[in-house]
Design a protein around this ligand. Sequence first.
Ligand code: NAD
Ligand code: G6P
Ligand code: MN
Ligand code: MN
Length: 432
Amino acid sequence: NLKVVVIGGGSSYTPELIDGLISRHTEFPVSELWLVDIEEGREKVNIISELAKRMIKHKGLHIDIKVTLDRRLALKDADFVCSQFRAGCLDGRIRDERISLKYGMIGQETNGLGGFANACRTIPVTLEICREMEELCPDAWFLNFTNPSGMVTEAILKYTKIKAIGLCNVPVIMEKGISQLINAREGEFIMQVAGLNHLIWARKVLYQGDDKLDFVMDEILKGNDPLVPSNIPPFEWPDDLLRKMGMIPCAYLRYYYMSDDIMKQEQIEANGEGTRGEVVKEIEKKLFDIYKNPALEEKPKELEKRGGQYYSEAACELMASIYNDKRKIMHVNTRNNGAISGLPNDCVVEVSSIITKNGPLPLNVEPFPDDTLRLIQLMKEFETLTVEAAVKGDLVAAKRGLILNPIVNTGTILDEALKETVFENQEYMPQF
Ligand code: NAD
Ligand code: G6P
Ligand code: MN
Ligand code: MN
């Protein structure tokens, strides 16, 4: 009896997860899939569960789909718990984006002040879930995609006994993009990445006895860049900066290398079609209209408009790899333990790791050049202080963290923006 629980089952990404479970049913025979949501998500999770049942029936499989708002009932004796809820729902995300922009900062769900706010809403709920797991399913694996994924994973590993792994689709998209550029199939080459969630660099692309990193870099600099998720608008990297870098930055590094350009673009969007959160609200409405169609029996193509495409796919592969001790290389958020030199052992990093039934074994990575290491260290300190602030309700730790972040303004602006963030999120930030 293999029981998988999804927290935030009403997510529009869930059909991808179902798709992944269906295609892996032989090696990963899930018998029960529990979709947990809250009152606000009741309608969504019901639409999803009906679609899931149709998808499973269509393939002639038997997976028992259960929907509940009772989290404890779902967690009892679970084997895997996938977390994909959005604390404060989309309105919380939109508020973060708008508050940041109002104070002249980049407004984004995982970066800068928005990432901080998201962490402060999400970490208390996540720790509550983990406390329940310590009681109801202490041996279960917790797979986290809830953003900010790296900080949430660090909070779990530092403050609970639960075995947690954080995931992101950015390395998956980079791998798929690279496979297209070097014309190799998945599994035929090795990409090694390292850094922090949404702050990674590809360090190696091993294929046919060679490192193809420079080749991939040349293609990207020619404007042939399939490594960018749908939520980040297409852009060109500064040639001089990247040409001799010897590493491929993930698309999110644009927020740090080109912050002013991003700000201006976001301001235009916010005054036009809306912030990303507002755009996603529309995309989501359309997706759920499609999901409602009783004739739909497969994951629809329109999901590609969401930036998180393929993350559920990675989740299924990760569960199957743990379950079968596959020892496959995947890119996950886990304890550093020396993989990246210059960072504490107990902090969480996003690194290519061998996935075993006992968890990820992170691969050591060639030391980063000094300037890049400094950025990673600075951002890690921001993350660790944010986690501390979120867990302990410590606004001084919050401020100490935020002033380190290069895309956060400081001084009076920060004081006001932080005050507004805490005030607007009263309901979701009981720790402050
Ligand atoms: P969403 O707004 O659709 O939320 C998913 C569900 O969570 C909703 O049905 C909502 O009702 C429910 N929910 C909210 N609070 C809850 C709670 N306390 N308990 C249980 N359910 C709750 O969000 P989404 O766009 O599907 O994204 C979900 C999460 O996944 C977000 O945190 C998002 O940032 C993250 N995400 C991560 C990655 C990644 O790369 N790691 C990729 C895409 C999305
Ligand atoms: C991917 C990221 C996620 C991010 C999401 C946003 O880029 O890896 O962590 O939050 O897409 O997608 P959305 O469609 O919600 O803007
Ligand atoms: Mn991500
Ligand atoms: Mn999202």
